[in-house]
Design a protein around this ligand. Sequence first.
Ligand code: 3PG
Length: 388
Amino acid sequence: MSFSFKQSGLATCMNVTNSGFHKRLISTICSRSSFSPCLNLQNPERRNLSVSKPLHISSIEKINEKKPVFECKAYEADKSQPIEVEVKSEAAKRLKIGIYFATWWALNVVFNIYNKKVLNAYPYPWLTSTLSLACGSLMMLISWATRIAETPKTDFEFWKTLFPVAVAHTIGHVAATVSMSKVAVSFTHIIKSGEPAFSVLVSRFLLGETFPPSVYLSLVPIIGGCALAAVTELNFNMTGFMGAMISNFAFVLRNIFSKKGMKGKSVSGMNYYACLSLLSLLILTPFAVAVEGPQMWAAGWQKALSEIGPQFIWWVAAQSIFYHLYNQVSYMSLDEISPLTFSVGNTMKRISVIVSSIIIFHTPVQPINALGAAIAILGTFLYSQAKA
Ligand code: 3PG
């Protein structure tokens, strides 16, 4: 019979009695050279062992296997050795999530800057939205074909459940891009920081969910802050404002459908987002053609090229590539963290986007406007605390 025994140096008391079971156990412990440290348990003087916490049997496995038959662990000792490993793996996980978050925010800042540069020179948000989805889809198709990424195993049911998610993603994406074509990037993101309020309202009124009063209270600064930022926005535009609001509503629905659609599915976050891009591209293309159309696109393209020069093409490529990359990383983070941590990360992301875009585009901001943004963002933190 073999077993492993873990001991902590910490001191509480394990009393080994003279019962037959314990005698057998003790003699077996000391016959195992692998037992370390080997306690002299056969010495009657030493039968009262002092170890950290009471022992418990944590596993019983088949005799004659190399694996332990009895694994006796002192409770504290059980933690003592793995604690080091656990702390290390916990630290590694935190580092991984930290890297994901930093990458997600950085990619998002770059996307927002190039997206706005493109929209300033070429105000066709339906086409730029389509291009970013097309670019992501192409990148993933190449990755699957060259086996850089594993091709997801999907069936009809998967695509069926993905469809409402893709519709919501398409609407949210186009609406945000239309918004950014009409107002400052910072303003779109201030309004988008109100997404938790939409999440609560949709869950409450469409799904019948209830929340503790603290959650409802946290909506007051979110809604109040967004309202203050909106009424004091120097370059307010109703289409821009409504675009951000529609995007909030659509993304809340997307998250609800995503959660339902992903239950029990084994597609990774990266591949899930890739499939979402492909389906959204199919949905969006006919609408983009109908709303803007090739004639407008061609005329605008010539104008933008003549004003900006060939680097305009790089801007378009950059906004498309970075759009896919930041979304892909955000879905990869969602694989690792809870939706709540994700929403806190998303709020932090908006702060980086708001600050960097104000600096880069020299966006005029009144102190009262900044106060509104700060209150709204503080509200999202209070919301996450209340939900936690
Ligand atoms: C988009 O174009 O889809 C939006 O900019 C997305 O915004 P978000 O990912 O910051 O919510």
